[in-house]
Design a protein around this ligand. Sequence first.
Ligand code: AMP
Ligand code: ZN
Length: 708
Amino acid sequence: MTKTLFDIDLSIIPPERLNEAQARDELARLSAEISEHDKRYYQQDAPTVSDAEYDALRLRNAAIEQRFPQLVREDSPSKRVGAAPVEAFGKVEHKIPMLSLDNAFTREDVEDFLDRIRRFLNLPGDEEIELVCELKADGLSFSARYEKGVLVRGATRGDGVVGENITENLKKVLPSTLVGNFPEILEVRGEVFMARTDFEALNKSREAKGEKLFANPRNAAAGSLRQLDPAVTASRNLSYSLYGWGEVSDSFFDGVSTLKECLEKLSSFGLSIMHLWRATPDGWRVYTTSRIDDLISMYNLHCSIRFKIPYDVDGMVYKVNSLELQKRMISTSRAPRWAIAHKFPAEQAKTVVEAIDIQVGRTGALTPVARLKPITVGGVVVSNATLHNEDEIARKDIHIGDVVTIQRAGDVIPQVVEVDKSQRPSNARKFHFPESCPECGSLAIREPGEAVRRCTGGLTCPAQSRERLRHFVSRDAFDIEGLGEKQIEAFWSEKLIAEPADIFHLHRHAAALKTREGWGEKSVGNLMAAIDARRNIGLERFIYALGIRHVGETTARLLARNYGNYDAWVRAMEAAGDTASTAYQELCAIDGIGEKVASEITGFFREPHNRTVLDALAREVRVKDAEAVASNSPVAGKTVVFTGTLTRMTRSEAKARAESLGAKVAGSVSAKTDFVVAGEDAGSKAKKAKELGVNILSEEEWLELIRG
Ligand code: AMP
Ligand code: ZN
């Protein structure tokens, strides 16, 4: 610790007046002091300070960190959620991202998948591609890192790039040491799940104790794994299967060239790997085939016996077996190109529509919801189904009182498939869609060409402001532990919070909160800590959390990557309000952002109220810069346009490769373009590049450049 010249008591200096050296000392002192209090509070049940004093320490810590982000300590209290028997979930960065999977629903989708691969790699149409076929288990994905054969770290998928640290919990599910000839570093990836019978037994015992029930086995598995107390994890009957790997030592690939061989290798280390339920006649551990008919019959077989499999399986996954080909098909930021999930069809059931209600969403959309006579579909009780919009009700001719077929697929909201008109009762009533908002009474209008009717009340509409807040704290946005939809709803209706920034002022109401039903010192303390923990937030989460229409996670990530930091993004979005500006052109030129999205974003920024909300929020949190991908490549951060016919690679391959090296690929040439890669017969884009003086490269030169 650096000594200050005069021995002054730093704790009385307000955060905004500390200099950097003092701030460093203060953060060290606060960290030690807070963790001491945590120990007394959580482990010894003997706190020595009041909650208010404790909160003040944490707030001071957060305020100093906000001013001096470079000083945030590894062991900072802001990185801990309360203090629990195990170090509460820290963050684990996945050096190799954990991705999702693209979906197929029909045989045609699977054929398209294979065609896409052939096109991407420029293979002949009849080229056989060998695929691994395995079950898609419906659980929680994890990554586990073994070093020298010892399990040293476990993590959830999180947002794919950063997950939660669940090391201690995973040790209760996976072997803690490996056997056989394992490589020095081995990060394995798989799914943790719970058998349906265990799920039912667990829920029964929870019900008896008056505890909240889990909605399905997957949630139960997730809830059991994301436990601060690993003893709880151990008490639940969890299983796991591996389907892949992350970072591994090179020696892992010695003597193997296929996915199948890698999986078998994992199995030889004493780990359990994903396999088919029905073993094939010659006892394959990992099933491969290059015939689509084989895939489909394997799929049909497993679909028909899915209820006999003890745990939930929501489809099959097909993956390119050759590691060489996988490598060439660089993954998108969301999913690998070399794999697809062939989903089982949704489960269906018949029930009665008892009423139709209108819900108002965060963008003002009026969504009709069918209130159903409760029915069990695929093990879950369903009592609501979405009806999408008024046209949908008309098209399906749904009356109140009708008997309908509903279906449920995975996590999505159940839907009404069709009406059984033969069972329509004589008193069935037609539904009249309201022309005003049921929550605020404002006119609800349908823009020409739009299927959705929207409330025009904007933020004066309570439903819209409430929904925005709910979105703000949701899992992929700020994800504040202990601040779910229910609490938001309650705090909002009691006027404790009206806009996102208010969440960060909740500590002012800590005393009042503690007197609430079901809340005590500890839970309020935990909530405050969870809120503080989110004062540092990544740019893409931040953008996503704003809930701008059409700006989902993918778009938020594109924006974050493209603009890099919060200030640059805000400045650019303001400038882009003028559609003649270069800022606007640049926004539209981002691959994946069209005019429609661009106009929603600039519209958001033009609205003064949104700016006030945004500024207030920005004062409360520190928005971390977007991480540059592969920043050591010569094209990282550069904007590239491909034009003309490429001969050495397909356009998609070129684009994927460039993006994986951190370049931005744009569709049109502007002054912001760094390189135009011109293939054969390059036309107007090359011409424009010449006019603008942009660097034009041949395909060969480009390949040379990225080879570094
Ligand atoms: P989704 O849940 O739609 O994002 O699908 C991707 C997830 O499926 C992965 O993150 C895994 O957790 C899970 N999964 C289950 N079985 C498999 C499998 N055999 N191969 C790959 N992923 C699987
Ligand atoms: Zn309204």
